[in-house]
Structure formats: structure tokens, C-alpha cells
Design a protein around this ligand. Sequence first.
Ligand code: GUN
Ligand code: FE
Length: 406
Amino acid sequence: MIKIRANLINPISPEEVQLLKDYTLGYENGIIKLLRPFDPDQDRDSESALDSVIIPGLIDLHTHLSQYWARASYQPSLLPWLNQHIFPAEALSQDPVYAQDLARAFFKALFASGTTTAVVYTAPFKHACEIAMETALHLGARALIGMTMMDANSPDYLIQKTAHALEDSFDLFERYNTKDSRLNYIFSPRFALSCSADLMKQTANFAHQHDAYIQSHLSENKDEIAQVKGIFGKPTYTQVYENFGLLGSKTILGHAIHLSEEEISILASTDTAIAHCPESNFFLKSGEFPFAALLDKSLRIGLASDVAAGNSLSMLQQAKLASYRQSSLSLSPQRLFWHLTLGAAEALGWHDRIGSLQIGKEADLCKFKLNAHHAVDDQLLPKLIYLNDEFRISKTIIKGNTVFQS
Ligand code: GUN
Ligand code: FE
């Protein structure tokens, strides 16, 4: 067993976080086996890291691998940004050498940011998704990965034939969904604007039959919403997805900004999970996430980088921006931490496996070095969020394997 003597911060609920000073945490075969106050008699064999704090590995609920090298492409409006910068950037992954270099750089950057679970879109090419899957397997990432599907209103150099988008996705699901306990396939119809009715319906049918995950984008931008309503003739964007059967407890929708009461009720009654992308919402001037209204209806919410509309893979930075993005609602550090860890695990239905430091859970950990000004007290959590750039990540561990060390 590997034993570390350190300080721990552990989420309990959206209101409660435990600070465990001078604890011993032990793990073996990828599982947390020991958690107790340091005992000088029994824990003499532990690695001493009292100058460190360990938290559960961070969870990024929505990010685009294929856009990692297109961050900071300035264009503050979703549709022109996609057309001018993002679609051409995704086309570069047609080259397998580029796709391989990009996948390796992306997962290494995730680990260096303390992210141990990520929900990932790849470019709309089957081989780019295969390369991402193989790289995730090779590097030991925990991820849900999907090939972006787009068969309508898209540039010639990206658009897929409906049948190919479906067949390729089904094949990727069958080959990778159960290949490793850390990996899952996630069906990824990009958004209603770039998907045909047929594609969305058939994707939803297959995913529900196989109890598979689905991800997409919902109500991010007002021009996008107007176009979706025009094409599909439904009163709301949420009803377009509802009508095609895309909502449910294994569906994660990014953004969900401009929603009516009725749409929020539909999302709640279908138990659809939401990925809130605060930096992206600032960068593209998309709007303010209706945090209070969604909490009111008990929706499951996790935070997300949405690279490349978000520029930072640091989930602590995303938590800080989630706080700033609310113009009047105050989000406590405890709640922000919840949406990065156990709350995000709950959004995936994985709260029994990951998201907190608990005996029997998988050892997904992130260790930070403290400096002389970082007292181990109840102000450590707000410092970790608001002063995140002052904390050096010294180790990231996924299922007991060290994937990053500095
Ligand atoms: N909507 C459809 N595709 C995208 C994307 O790649 N990024 C963001 N932020 N929104 C989208
Ligand atoms: Fe996105």
C-alpha cells in the first residue's frame, strides 16, 4: 500500500467540506484503503507531505480535445467563432500525426492541471477519435470520449454523411466503451444546428438501448437559438432535443444559458445533467448561466473548461470564474468545490466510485504544495480557488497511478 501523510480537503455536500489536518491516506490497487488521523505508531512508513494538501481529482465535464491548440482565437460570438476559427482548427486533425501529437499534449495538460476525469469531444473524424481513445488508454486517463457528429449546415471539409456518422459512432462505442474501466464512449451530436433530425433520433435510440452517454450543446447563444427554432419549428431548443429523445440521466448538456421555466422543468424531469462553462460564457459573450434557477430544480451540475472557448484547463480557475460570472448570486467555496468534485461525479452517476476521499473509492487524487502563507485552516479552500495560480500541483493520480509529477 502507498501511504501519504498530508492535509486533505474532502467534499461532503454542497454546503459542507471537511478539512482533515495531518491525515494518512493509503491506496492499493487503485483503491483508497486507509484514511485516518496520522498515527505515529502505525503510519511511520508513510511518505511525509505535511507541506501539501490533497484533494479528490478534479472533473471537467465538457471540453474539446480537437480545439486545444486553437485557444485564444478572438471572436466574441459563437457562430462566427466556430466558422472562422474552430472548424478550420478541427480540420487539422484529419492528419493522424497532428491528431496524435495533439491528443498526447491535451491529456498531459489535463493531468498537469489536476484533472483526473474529463468529458471530451474529438474532431469529426473516426481516426481522430480512435487516436484520442488509444492515447487516453496509453496514458491512463479517466475520460468519456466521443467523435463529434455533424451532418448538416456544416463546412464541406467537416460534414459527415448521416449513415457514416452513425456507423462510425456505433463502432467506436462497441470497441471502446468497455475496454478499460477508466474509459467510456460518449455519443456527441455537436448541437442541433449541425445535426439532422435523423442523426439525432438514431443516436438517441442507440444510446438508450445500450445505456450509453450522450453529450451536446444547448442554448448557448441567442443567434444559435433563433436558427434552431427556425429549422426545427419547436417553441424551444430544449424541446428539439426532448422530441428526438436526447435527454435523460446519461445526457450531459453544455451551457444551458438562455432557458425558459418550462425548459428547466423538462431538463429536471428528464434528470439531464448540465456542464456549466463559465470562462467560455465570458469569452464568447454568451450570457450568464442561470445557476439559481437550475439549483432550485435540483439539476445535477458540473463545471467545465469548454476549451477552446474556455482558455484554461484549470478547473480551479473555472470555479473562480463560475463565482465571478454570477452578477448577484454568491456561490460559496464549498459549493464551487462540490461542482468540481463530488457534484460533478454525481452528474456522471459515478459518485460511488470517484469525487471524494473515501475508503473503497478509486484513488483519483490531486496534490498541491503549500507555501509559508498557506495556513491549513478553513481559509485554505477559498485560497485554493481564488489564488489557484499560487498553488503548484505536485502530483496527479488516477486510479492509483501517478500520471503527473513536478
Ligand atoms: N456549439 C457547437 N459547437 C461548439 C463548440 O465547439 N464550442 C462551443 N463553445 N459551442 C459550440
Ligand atoms: Fe463546447
